[in-house]
Write a protein that binds this ligand. Structure first.
Ligand SMILES: O=C(O)C(=O)C[C@@H](O)[C@H](O)[C@H](O)COP(=O)(O)O
Length: 380
């Protein structure tokens, strides 16, 4: 997966390039990048005006630093603040942010800038994709999850009452700046949740990376240089997949490992982040994908056990019972899964695996098999 590595190392910075022809863009990774955001953005978008979208929590910690940097680069900007949490990915906030961008009279060639985690990035990207039929989009991800996954690849969108991310567009950013220094102050629950997406890259296509994570996860958590390496390797893995299949007509679906079950779990708790955040859903979802693969005779118990051990060593939830409170029956999960974007002509699609690093896309999975499996997994 890393054979097209195009990373430049300079002054403890790494640049991973997402190669998409005229829509190619760099992901810059390293400490203190937020303080340089003004200069970086001015370099890519000279003279642009900006709408910075952020949430109230991120604004409290990081907005001043960004504004100082934008002012120093003479970048005229307005700030739009949204509430924190998954419920912000909704029609009402989408409408409000679009209207505020228009009220600020930004032009198509001006930029909408996401300062925040996955929720802010997904919502802001969809605003950027929609206002004036497509404005320039810049990602300043402030969580591990956003730095290794959601800020890269151009999936933008909001949730619907019918499911997660069901309304959206592919709209690539022009620039991603991942300031890894910000992760020092990220709450541990959010760091862990982001780590689930890091593990995903190993599980889906890079057994050596998974083994490296088994050896180095503590250094990643404690902020050693392994952290930057994990972010860069994750971004490179994602960049390779996205460059090969931008619009998810095939291989990109591998990035959805753990997400079919995970999204259903998030919907089942009505996106209440006190019960489950996205990365936790992905962790349980990846376990379920491995257990389901075992059920289908694709892998043995030792593989399931290895994945279970690593995720639980890292403090991530690994079973449905780790989610507090009541959950709906298996049939309700099936209804949610039937709305998944990977469903083709009514056939359920899952990302399954033949081993660590050997995930594959399986179309036409028998619904009864999934229901029976979930019934068992839901037993308290
Ligand atoms: O970028 C992708 O492609 C992914 O599937 C990455 C996922 O980790 C991410 O959560 C994505 O937003 C989920 O996509 P969706 O199409 O299942 O909504």
């Amino acid at each position: 997966m890393a054979d097209t590595l195009v990373a430049e190392q300079a002054a403890n910075r790494t640049t991973v390039q997402v190669d998409l022809g005229s829509r190619s863009y760099p992901i810059k990774i390293g400490r203190s990048l937020l303080a340089e955001a003004g200069a970086e953005i001015a370099n890519v978008l000279p003279g642009a005006r900006l709408a910075v979208v952020t949430d109230e929590t991120v604004a409290r910690f990081h907005l001043d630093a960004l504004r100082t940097s934008l002012d120093a680069a003479s970048l005229d900007h307005t700030v739009i603040t949204v509430p924190p949490g998954e419920s912000t990915k909704c029609y009402a906030e989408f409408e409000r942010v679009c209207d505020e961008v228009l009220a600020a009279r930004l032009e198509r060639g001006d930029a909408v800038v996401a300062l925040g985690g996955g929720v802010v990035g997904d919502l802001t990207g969809y605003v950027a994709a929609s206002v004036r039929r497509g404005m320039v989009f810049v990602q300043l991800p402030t969580t591990l999850l956003a730095q290794v996954d959601s800020s890269v690849g151009g999936k933008t969108g909001i949730n619907s009452r019918h499911g997660k991310n069901l309304i959206g567009a592919f709209h690539q950013p022009a620039l991603v700046l991942a300031d890894t220094g910000i992760l020092d102050t990220l709450p541990m629950r959010d760091f862990r949740a982001g780590y689930a997406e890091v593990v995903k890259y190993g599980l889906l296509g890079d057994a050596a990376f998974f083994a490296w994570l088994e050896d180095n996860w503590q250094a990643i958590f404690s902020g050693g240089p392994e952290r930057e390496e994990a972010v860069a390797r994750s971004c490179q893995a994602k960049a390779d997949v996205v460059a090969a299949d931008e619009l998810e007509s095939g291989r990109r679906a591998l990035l959805n490992l753990g997400h079919t079950f995970g999204h259903a779990l998030e919907a089942a708790v009505s996106y209440e982040t006190s019960r489950l955040v996205h990365g936790e859903g992905v962790s349980i979802g990846m376990m379920l994908a491995h257990e389901f693969s075992e059920r289908l005779g694709l892998i043995g118990p030792e593989t399931v056990e290895r994945v279970h051990k690593h995720l639980s060593d890292a403090g991530l939830p690994v079973k449905i019972q780790d989610i507090p409170g009541q959950l709906p029956p298996a049939e309700t999960f099936l209804d949610i899964i039937a709305q998944d974007k990977k469903v083709t002509r009514g056939a359920l699609t899952f990302i399954l695996t033949r081993g660590i690093g050997e995930a594959f896309v399986e179309k036409g999975v028998e619904p009864a098999l999934v229901t029976d499996f979930l019934k068992e997994k839901l037993v308290p």
